[in-house]
Design a binder for this molecule. Structure first.
Ligand SMILES: Nc1ncnc2c1ncn2[C@@H]1O[C@H](COP(=O)(O)OP(=O)(O)OP(=O)(O)O)[C@@H](O)[C@H]1O
Length: 236
């Protein structure tokens, strides 16, 4: 297995909180990795370290054999990210925004095709500020795909999407995997992890408590049972 993303003994502290407390996991190349964990487990912090938005206090992070904290624009163009916070400009109209963002890449994806895949034309006339939560998610995901990334980080990509939207996004992630994209998805959904993940990471309190191919990690029991046994307060 080649790892596209590796976190090794990563620590990140905010005041008295150890958001990442010696976190280690890998995301295999060309596969979908699902990262599960309770609120506050450190999933977003881990993703932000992996895309260079935060620097770990110690430990190493490698994405495509590069330190994202010091990487230049060539590396950043190979990585797509969709964060929970969105970060979309409120006054923009969706298609104009995607066309504008695509210009930052030397070899962008076809904007119309990416937009169509995510249903963006349905709300193309509405400014970002007036989009529904699910529409914003779709637009943010489209924006993450514009650079045709080799590695894609999606922080809770289907949170707030209706059932059709969830299926569309899951199909899209599987299609991207078939094209060779490495995807890391954080989620609170057992269904999402079971439907999508090749590789599973369960985090709790800033550490990895289980990791491996989905079938190996889950074994004969259920993911839900395993998750609760590993992440309940006081679990080892
Ligand atoms: N900028 C910050 N300042 C202070 N504390 C922070 C900051 N960012 C994260 N934390 C704390 O670090 C811990 C991990 O937060 P993080 O957002 O990474 O968790 P998460 O697993 O993504 O949670 P959720 O499932 O709720 O999205 C939490 O206790 C959070 O309060």
């Amino acid at each position: 297995m080649t790892a596209a993303v590796t976190l090794s003994d990563v620590r990140r502290r905010f005041g008295a909180v150890d958001a990442l407390d010696g976190l280690s996991w890998t995301a295999p190349s060309g596969a979908v990795t699902a990262v599960l964990g309770p609120n506050g487990a450190g999933k977003t912090t881990a993703i932000e370290c992996a895309v260079g938005l935060q620097r770990p206090d110690s430990g190493t992070v490698r994405v495509l054999d590069t330190d994202p904290g010091t990487a230049g624009p060539d590396h950043r163009a190979r990585v797509g990210v969709m964060l929970q916070s969105g970060g979309l400009p409120n006054g923009a109209k969706p298609m104009r925004l995607l066309q504008h963002l695509a210009r930052f890449y030397a070899e962008p994806a076809d904007v119309d095709a990416v937009a169509a895949r995510l249903g963006v034309p349905d709300f193309a006339g509405t400014t970002v500020r007036r989009l529904s939560g699910g529409q914003k998610q779709r637009l943010a995901l489209a924006a993450a795909l514009l650079g045709r990334p080799e590695v894609l980080f999606l922080d809770e990509p289907v949170a707030g999407l209706d059932p059709h939207g969830r299926l569309d996004v899951w199909d899209l992630i599987r299609e991207l995997r078939d094209e060779g994209t490495t995807t890391v998805v954080t989620t609170h959904s057992f269904e999402e992890a079971e439907r999508l993940a090749d590789h599973l990471v369960i985090m709790s309190a800033g550490r990895t408590v289980a990791e491996g191919p989905l079938a190996d990690v889950v074994g004969a029991g259920s993911l839900e049972e395993l998750y609760f046994s590993l992440t309940r307060k006081g679990a080892a």
